[in-house]
Write a protein that binds this ligand. Structure first.
Ligand code: SF4
Length: 377
């Protein structure tokens, strides 16, 4: 990676929490011609940069839609990248005059916001879902625009978890440093900020093994607080801080760290479900089998391989329900409205509601619920 490339990566990673927009419209990667593929993405600087890198050595048209400078996953879930934005850029970019075909590759992670059927009906273009990850695009094209089954599944490797940790840790550590400096002085603040950086890094690095979701996550945070107290206390005493100030500062650090980590950070990833909104009243995806016609649109967009096709019956089945992150992509795309959310108290969220509600930054979906069903007396 060049120095300027590294500087751009660092800037975009550190500022990942904030929108960072690049120009929308049509771009050429390599020397595309009238038969070259058209790949759509949002106008988030980091995504566009990575997409261009992933397509290095290929000829393609890059169609950058207005996602308000937000990454595709968050923008689609949050209602900032929808079929309206896709239709707008198809009509305004002039791509139709540059190519002979009408095939459009959509990012699979945008399936929570872009209704493929509506793009087709409004424009005549034939949208199809690309792989879940950018680096799989070259193989996707080599396979005549058909992803392998495994390429529909999202992965969350260590280096990406650490990137995410960096994104969350530095503003949190900075805030903690300022608060602790005012209350206890710079020694306690330095140790406290360091503990928060290490704690967030450790949680993201250990995600595959830690009980990060559900009620058991409090055990993890309690353990983390104890380790923080022990290790940080030793560090402060070694630095010469007075024992009462060190202990008070560390207690405050623990409280700050627990508050930060309870923010349901995992709900911000495309790999773990957000748990805040289902803590008391859990909800799951429900398949209404009678409505399913086996179109399998849901299978194509699920990033966790929850859904599979039962070939002989021509029905979709919930093959791995425990892996569901409740993103709603399958519900948004099903042409028969055969999928929906059901809460543990029996209330259901119909597809129309899922299509029109947004997911916030922490993966929380503000779903208006109908009254619970009456039990017959
Ligand atoms: S089954 Fe779960 S993880 Fe898969 S698309 Fe549907 S809501 Fe998302």
């Amino acid at each position: 990676m060049s120095v300027s490339g590294f500087a751009g990566w660092l800037r975009d990673t550190l500022l990942r929490l904030a929108p960072h927009a690049t120009a929308t419209g049509l771009r050429a990667v390599g020397r595309p011609g009238p038969d070259s593929p058209v790949v759509l993405t949002g106008n988030y600087t980091l995504t566009v940069r990575r997409l261009v890198e992933a397509l290095a050595g290929r000829d393609a048209w890059l169609l950058v839609a207005d996602s308000r400078g937000i990454n595709v996953w968050c923008a689609a879930g949050g209602g900032h990248l929808t079929h309206h934005d896709v239709i707008a850029v198809l009509r305004s970019s002039g791509v139709g005059e540059r190519v002979r075909h009408r095939r459009l590759i959509l990012p699979q992670l945008a399936a929570t916001g872009i209704e493929r059927r509506l793009v087709r009906e409004a424009t005549g273009w034939e949208p199809r879902w690309g792989p879940a990850r950018l680096e799989d695009l070259p193989e996707f094209f080599d396979r005549h625009e058909r992803p392998r089954k495994a390429q529909r599944a999202m992965r969350f490797p260590l280096w990406e978890r650490l990137e995410m940790a960096l994104m969350w840790a530095w503003p949190m550590a900075l805030g903690a440093f300022l608060i602790l400096t005012l209350a206890f002085g710079h020694r306690v603040a330095t140790v406290g900020a360091g503990v928060i950086v290490l704690g967030v890094g450790a949680v993201f690095a250990g995600l595959p093994w830690l009980p990060v979701t559900g009620g058991r996550r409090w055990l993890m945070y309690g353990g983390l607080a104890l380790v923080t107290l022990a290790a940080g206390g030793e560090g402060l005493l070694a630095l010469g801080a007075a024992r009462p100030a060190a202990l008070a500062g560390l207690a405050a650090t623990c409280a700050l760290a627990a508050g930060i980590l309870s923010l349901d950070l995992t709900g911000t990833t495309p790999w773990y479900p957000g748990t805040i909104n289902s803590f008391r009243n859990h909800f799951d995806v429900e398949l209404v089998e009678d409505r399913c016609t086996g179109a399998a649109e849901c299978v194509q967009v699920c990033p966790r391989e929850v859904l599979a096709m039962d070939g002989p019956r021509r029905k979709v089945v919930l093959a791995r329900p425990g892996a569901c992150i409740r993103c709603g992509a399958c519900i948004v795309q099903c042409p028969e409205d055969a999928l929906r959310f059901r809460f543990s108290d029996g209330r259901v969220v119909e597809p129309g509601t899922v299509r029109s509600t947004r997911v916030n930054l922490l993966g929380r979906r503000a779903v208006p619920l109908a009254a619970p069903p009456r039990t017959p007396s």
